[in-house]
Design a protein around this ligand. Structure first.
Ligand code: PGA
Length: 254
Protein backbone atom coordinates (compact mmCIF):
# COMPACT_ATOMS: atom_id res chain seq x y z
CA UNK A 1 0.00 0.00 0.00
CA UNK A 2 1.08 3.52 -0.78
CA UNK A 3 1.52 6.00 2.06
CA UNK A 4 0.04 9.02 0.27
CA UNK A 5 -3.25 7.41 -0.80
CA UNK A 6 -5.44 6.76 2.25
CA UNK A 7 -6.78 3.21 1.99
CA UNK A 8 -10.53 2.51 1.86
CA UNK A 9 -12.20 -0.65 3.10
CA UNK A 10 -15.74 -0.88 1.83
CA UNK A 11 -18.34 -3.49 2.76
CA UNK A 12 -20.97 -4.22 0.11
CA UNK A 13 -23.85 -5.91 1.90
CA UNK A 14 -25.72 -6.46 -1.40
CA UNK A 15 -29.29 -7.77 -0.95
CA UNK A 16 -28.61 -9.27 2.47
CA UNK A 17 -29.51 -8.66 6.13
CA UNK A 18 -32.78 -7.73 7.85
CA UNK A 19 -32.92 -4.31 9.48
CA UNK A 20 -32.21 -5.95 12.83
CA UNK A 21 -29.21 -7.87 11.50
CA UNK A 22 -27.87 -4.81 9.67
CA UNK A 23 -28.24 -2.65 12.79
CA UNK A 24 -26.46 -5.20 14.99
CA UNK A 25 -23.61 -5.50 12.50
CA UNK A 26 -23.28 -1.70 12.20
CA UNK A 27 -23.23 -1.38 16.01
CA UNK A 28 -20.53 -4.02 16.35
CA UNK A 29 -18.36 -2.35 13.74
CA UNK A 30 -18.88 1.08 15.29
CA UNK A 31 -17.78 -0.23 18.68
CA UNK A 32 -14.82 -2.20 17.33
CA UNK A 33 -13.56 0.66 15.16
CA UNK A 34 -14.02 3.69 17.41
CA UNK A 35 -11.07 5.77 16.12
CA UNK A 36 -10.18 6.86 12.66
CA UNK A 37 -7.58 4.27 11.74
CA UNK A 38 -5.35 4.46 8.72
CA UNK A 39 -8.20 3.28 6.48
CA UNK A 40 -11.50 4.94 5.64
CA UNK A 41 -14.33 2.51 6.36
CA UNK A 42 -17.52 2.57 4.30
CA UNK A 43 -20.60 0.31 4.39
CA UNK A 44 -23.13 -0.14 1.60
CA UNK A 45 -26.44 -1.41 3.00
CA UNK A 46 -29.53 -2.04 0.87
CA UNK A 47 -31.51 1.10 -0.06
CA UNK A 48 -34.32 0.43 2.42
CA UNK A 49 -31.90 0.33 5.35
CA UNK A 50 -29.58 3.11 4.25
CA UNK A 51 -31.11 5.89 6.32
CA UNK A 52 -31.30 3.78 9.51
CA UNK A 53 -27.72 2.61 9.18
CA UNK A 54 -26.44 6.11 8.36
CA UNK A 55 -28.18 7.44 11.49
CA UNK A 56 -26.71 4.65 13.60
CA UNK A 57 -23.23 5.51 12.33
CA UNK A 58 -23.70 9.28 12.49
CA UNK A 59 -21.33 9.71 15.45
CA UNK A 60 -18.72 7.30 14.07
CA UNK A 61 -15.94 7.34 11.50
CA UNK A 62 -17.78 4.85 9.31
CA UNK A 63 -19.44 6.31 6.21
CA UNK A 64 -22.31 4.94 4.16
CA UNK A 65 -22.56 4.18 0.44
CA UNK A 66 -25.46 3.48 -1.88
CA UNK A 67 -25.17 0.31 -3.96
CA UNK A 68 -26.34 2.14 -7.10
CA UNK A 69 -28.11 5.30 -8.24
CA UNK A 70 -30.25 6.42 -11.18
CA UNK A 71 -28.74 8.82 -13.74
CA UNK A 72 -31.69 11.21 -13.32
CA UNK A 73 -32.46 13.19 -10.18
CA UNK A 74 -36.22 12.49 -10.30
CA UNK A 75 -38.93 11.32 -12.65
CA UNK A 76 -41.07 8.36 -13.71
CA UNK A 77 -38.58 5.56 -13.04
CA UNK A 78 -40.48 2.99 -11.01
CA UNK A 79 -38.29 1.09 -8.59
CA UNK A 80 -35.21 3.28 -9.02
CA UNK A 81 -33.47 5.57 -6.53
CA UNK A 82 -32.09 9.02 -7.30
CA UNK A 83 -28.99 10.79 -6.07
CA UNK A 84 -30.74 13.57 -4.08
CA UNK A 85 -32.73 10.97 -2.08
CA UNK A 86 -29.59 8.95 -1.36
CA UNK A 87 -27.72 12.01 -0.22
CA UNK A 88 -30.68 12.99 1.98
CA UNK A 89 -30.69 9.48 3.47
CA UNK A 90 -27.04 9.91 4.52
CA UNK A 91 -25.00 8.34 1.71
CA UNK A 92 -21.64 9.90 0.85
CA UNK A 93 -20.55 7.34 -1.75
CA UNK A 94 -22.31 5.43 -4.56
CA UNK A 95 -21.15 2.14 -6.03
CA UNK A 96 -21.54 2.33 -9.81
CA UNK A 97 -21.23 -0.38 -12.46
CA UNK A 98 -20.95 -3.38 -10.15
CA UNK A 99 -20.61 -6.48 -12.32
CA UNK A 100 -23.85 -7.89 -10.91
CA UNK A 101 -25.69 -4.84 -12.25
CA UNK A 102 -23.81 -5.01 -15.55
CA UNK A 103 -24.78 -8.70 -15.89
CA UNK A 104 -28.33 -8.81 -14.48
CA UNK A 105 -29.56 -5.40 -15.68
CA UNK A 106 -27.48 -5.04 -18.83
CA UNK A 107 -25.86 -1.84 -17.58
CA UNK A 108 -23.74 -0.40 -20.36
CA UNK A 109 -20.60 1.69 -20.04
CA UNK A 110 -22.58 4.68 -21.40
CA UNK A 111 -25.14 4.30 -18.61
CA UNK A 112 -22.33 4.00 -16.08
CA UNK A 113 -20.89 7.25 -17.46
CA UNK A 114 -24.21 9.04 -16.87
CA UNK A 115 -24.46 7.59 -13.35
CA UNK A 116 -20.99 8.96 -12.55
CA UNK A 117 -22.16 12.41 -13.66
CA UNK A 118 -25.29 12.03 -11.50
CA UNK A 119 -23.16 11.09 -8.49
CA UNK A 120 -21.02 14.23 -8.86
CA UNK A 121 -24.12 16.39 -9.37
CA UNK A 122 -25.28 15.16 -5.96
CA UNK A 123 -21.94 15.29 -4.12
CA UNK A 124 -21.68 11.52 -3.92
CA UNK A 125 -18.24 9.96 -4.44
CA UNK A 126 -18.53 7.36 -7.20
CA UNK A 127 -16.97 3.96 -6.58
CA UNK A 128 -16.69 2.67 -10.13
CA UNK A 129 -16.32 -1.09 -10.61
CA UNK A 130 -14.47 -2.54 -13.57
CA UNK A 131 -13.39 -6.09 -14.26
CA UNK A 132 -13.25 -8.82 -16.84
CA UNK A 133 -15.21 -12.07 -17.16
CA UNK A 134 -13.54 -15.48 -16.97
CA UNK A 135 -13.83 -15.78 -20.75
CA UNK A 136 -12.07 -12.45 -21.25
CA UNK A 137 -9.34 -13.47 -18.80
CA UNK A 138 -8.82 -16.80 -20.57
CA UNK A 139 -8.81 -15.30 -24.06
CA UNK A 140 -6.27 -12.66 -22.93
CA UNK A 141 -8.62 -9.77 -23.80
CA UNK A 142 -8.96 -8.70 -20.15
CA UNK A 143 -6.77 -5.63 -20.59
CA UNK A 144 -8.79 -4.40 -23.59
CA UNK A 145 -11.98 -4.86 -21.54
CA UNK A 146 -10.60 -2.79 -18.68
CA UNK A 147 -9.35 -0.04 -21.00
CA UNK A 148 -12.73 0.16 -22.72
CA UNK A 149 -14.69 0.18 -19.44
CA UNK A 150 -12.50 2.97 -18.06
CA UNK A 151 -12.38 5.23 -21.11
CA UNK A 152 -16.14 5.06 -21.75
CA UNK A 153 -16.98 5.54 -18.06
CA UNK A 154 -14.87 8.70 -18.10
CA UNK A 155 -16.13 10.21 -21.35
CA UNK A 156 -16.41 14.01 -21.11
CA UNK A 157 -15.63 13.92 -17.41
CA UNK A 158 -13.39 16.85 -16.37
CA UNK A 159 -10.22 16.06 -14.41
CA UNK A 160 -11.48 17.91 -11.33
CA UNK A 161 -14.22 15.25 -11.09
CA UNK A 162 -12.20 12.26 -12.32
CA UNK A 163 -9.68 12.85 -9.53
CA UNK A 164 -12.32 11.98 -6.92
CA UNK A 165 -13.44 8.65 -8.37
CA UNK A 166 -12.60 5.54 -6.38
CA UNK A 167 -11.99 2.61 -8.72
CA UNK A 168 -12.64 -0.99 -7.78
CA UNK A 169 -10.95 -3.69 -9.84
CA UNK A 170 -13.32 -6.62 -9.50
CA UNK A 171 -12.62 -9.56 -11.82
CA UNK A 172 -16.05 -11.14 -12.34
CA UNK A 173 -14.62 -14.64 -11.91
CA UNK A 174 -13.38 -13.80 -8.42
CA UNK A 175 -16.62 -12.31 -7.08
CA UNK A 176 -18.51 -14.54 -4.67
CA UNK A 177 -16.48 -17.57 -5.75
CA UNK A 178 -14.16 -17.77 -2.74
CA UNK A 179 -11.31 -17.65 -5.27
CA UNK A 180 -9.53 -14.32 -5.15
CA UNK A 181 -7.32 -13.21 -8.02
CA UNK A 182 -3.61 -13.92 -7.51
CA UNK A 183 -1.52 -11.01 -6.20
CA UNK A 184 0.40 -10.83 -9.49
CA UNK A 185 -2.85 -10.56 -11.46
CA UNK A 186 -4.14 -7.86 -9.11
CA UNK A 187 -0.90 -5.87 -9.40
CA UNK A 188 -0.94 -6.10 -13.17
CA UNK A 189 -4.58 -4.96 -13.42
CA UNK A 190 -4.15 -2.08 -10.96
CA UNK A 191 -1.06 -0.88 -12.82
CA UNK A 192 -3.06 -0.99 -16.06
CA UNK A 193 -5.88 1.11 -14.53
CA UNK A 194 -3.32 3.66 -13.37
CA UNK A 195 -1.71 3.68 -16.79
CA UNK A 196 -5.13 4.34 -18.44
CA UNK A 197 -5.81 7.24 -16.06
CA UNK A 198 -2.37 8.65 -16.74
CA UNK A 199 -2.98 8.47 -20.48
CA UNK A 200 -6.53 9.93 -20.27
CA UNK A 201 -5.67 12.67 -17.73
CA UNK A 202 -2.20 12.97 -16.23
CA UNK A 203 0.43 10.99 -14.31
CA UNK A 204 -0.29 13.01 -11.17
CA UNK A 205 -4.03 12.27 -11.31
CA UNK A 206 -3.21 8.58 -11.85
CA UNK A 207 -0.78 8.54 -8.92
CA UNK A 208 -3.22 10.11 -6.50
CA UNK A 209 -6.23 7.95 -7.50
CA UNK A 210 -7.27 5.19 -5.15
CA UNK A 211 -7.90 1.76 -6.63
CA UNK A 212 -9.54 -0.94 -4.51
CA UNK A 213 -9.47 -4.65 -5.19
CA UNK A 214 -12.67 -6.69 -4.88
CA UNK A 215 -13.37 -10.40 -5.33
CA UNK A 216 -13.37 -12.89 -2.46
CA UNK A 217 -11.37 -10.69 -0.10
CA UNK A 218 -11.38 -12.18 3.40
CA UNK A 219 -9.47 -11.94 6.67
CA UNK A 220 -6.93 -14.53 5.49
CA UNK A 221 -5.98 -13.04 2.11
CA UNK A 222 -6.42 -9.33 2.97
CA UNK A 223 -2.90 -8.76 4.41
CA UNK A 224 -1.21 -9.99 1.24
CA UNK A 225 -3.58 -8.18 -1.15
CA UNK A 226 -3.54 -4.90 0.78
CA UNK A 227 0.26 -4.93 0.95
CA UNK A 228 0.53 -4.69 -2.86
CA UNK A 229 1.88 -1.25 -3.84
CA UNK A 230 -0.93 -0.37 -6.25
CA UNK A 231 -3.79 -1.62 -4.03
CA UNK A 232 -5.44 1.14 -2.00
CA UNK A 233 -8.10 -0.85 -0.21
CA UNK A 234 -10.79 -3.46 -0.74
CA UNK A 235 -14.40 -3.77 -1.80
CA UNK A 236 -15.64 -6.68 0.28
CA UNK A 237 -18.83 -8.66 -0.35
CA UNK A 238 -19.55 -11.84 1.63
CA UNK A 239 -16.84 -11.32 4.25
CA UNK A 240 -18.36 -7.91 5.10
CA UNK A 241 -21.44 -9.69 6.47
CA UNK A 242 -19.30 -11.15 9.24
CA UNK A 243 -18.15 -8.60 11.84
CA UNK A 244 -14.97 -10.47 12.81
CA UNK A 245 -13.89 -10.94 9.21
CA UNK A 246 -14.59 -7.34 8.27
CA UNK A 247 -12.83 -5.93 11.35
CA UNK A 248 -9.78 -8.07 10.56
CA UNK A 249 -9.74 -6.75 6.98
CA UNK A 250 -9.94 -3.14 8.22
CA UNK A 251 -7.08 -3.81 10.64
CA UNK A 252 -5.04 -5.39 7.85
CA UNK A 253 -5.18 -1.99 6.14
CA UNK A 254 -3.37 -0.48 9.11
P1 PGA B 1 -17.20 -11.00 -2.67
O1 PGA B 1 -17.94 -9.77 -3.44
O2 PGA B 1 -16.27 -10.37 -1.68
O3 PGA B 1 -18.33 -11.77 -2.04
O4 PGA B 1 -16.48 -11.76 -3.72
C1 PGA B 1 -17.20 -8.64 -3.81
C2 PGA B 1 -18.09 -7.65 -4.52
O5 PGA B 1 -19.03 -8.06 -5.21
O6 PGA B 1 -17.88 -6.44 -4.41
Amino acid sequence: MNTIRKPVIMGNWKMNLSLKEASLLADRLRMALPWPGRAEVVLAPGFVHLRDIAQRLADSYIAVAAQDLHPNDNGAFTGDTAGPALREAGAHYAIIGHSERRAFYNETNALINSKITAAFRNSLIPVVCVGETLEERQSATWDATLRHQISTALEKLPPENAAYILWAYEPVWAIGTGKSAQPAQVSEAHALIRQCLSHLYSPSLANSTRILYGGSVNAANAPELLALPDVDGALVGSASLNADQFIAIVRAAG
